[in-house]
Design a protein around this ligand. Sequence first.
Ligand code: SER
Length: 326
Amino acid sequence: MQRILITGANGQIGSELLPELRRRHGAEQVLAAFHKKTPDQALLDSGPHCFIDVRDADKLAQIVQEYRIDTIFHLAALLSALAEEHPQLAWDININGLCNVLETARRLHCAVFFPSSIGAFGPQTPPVNTPQDTIQRPTTIYGVSKVSGELLCDYYQHRYRVDTRGVRFPGLISYRTPPGGGTTDYAVEIFHAALTEGHYQCFLRPDTKLDMMYMPDALQAMIRLMQADARQLLHRNAFNITAMSFTPEQIAAEIQKHLPDFSITYRVDPLRQAIADSWPRHMDDSCARQEWGWQPDFDLPGMVEDMLDKLARQLQQEQSHGPDQD
Ligand code: SER
């Protein structure tokens, strides 16, 4: 991992992976690929960048060649709820984009990180202690694209020896960039609402339990997996990883320990509730722990404390300087 490309570099994960990799490897070694939306000035100024639509195979290959990229973190994708509103577009971006990345990686000898998701599971999957290798019959286009992505990555690995690696992320919680269009987004929105309104109206039922993870753990997972000794990896792609499982009711109670006046009500969105009900409640991530030493640092109380502290500071800064320009 010497010359790195991040697609989706101003998305929820990319906007945090980018500074972390630049800190570790040097800014010039990490090329940020943005799509149309103009990223904030700090990201633009922090090192080399380009604009790519991942569906444009020629441009992707040209950039990988020009910058002599050897590792691609392919993070550009539509999330579950948005994908359900635009299934054809979701397939186009999530699958054709990935095919372009894998083909480029095959021809130009790059390693690839691909994020799969709890969304790769479905209603027939065992929901508790969901095994690494189990039934996957997702009922969303997002899930279909993630299962297909997992299989494509495995295929390029065994057919062409492309060094593909990946994890199944749970809902990711972070303060820097909101996720946008996901089913687990409530677990981010709730913090913004708690600090600005003192109240949150949740779109999932109070007892909807899902796997979750704080962003610092997601970053260390990606980097640790990409650095792992390939000989230790029995699986390559789609490792189950989780850090905590909670319901809206439980996270609200944890926030109330810090903000006693915070309140929550529920107005269920049937689309996102149906998606959440089809996903596991707690994945078994023992393969990741055994094969490459996965170990999260943040549980629910630790995440809530850190998130409230960091987000409050960020909101304060935005108030005094104005938000970053889009
Ligand atoms: N966080 C994603 C979503 O809700 C799941 O991977 O779509």
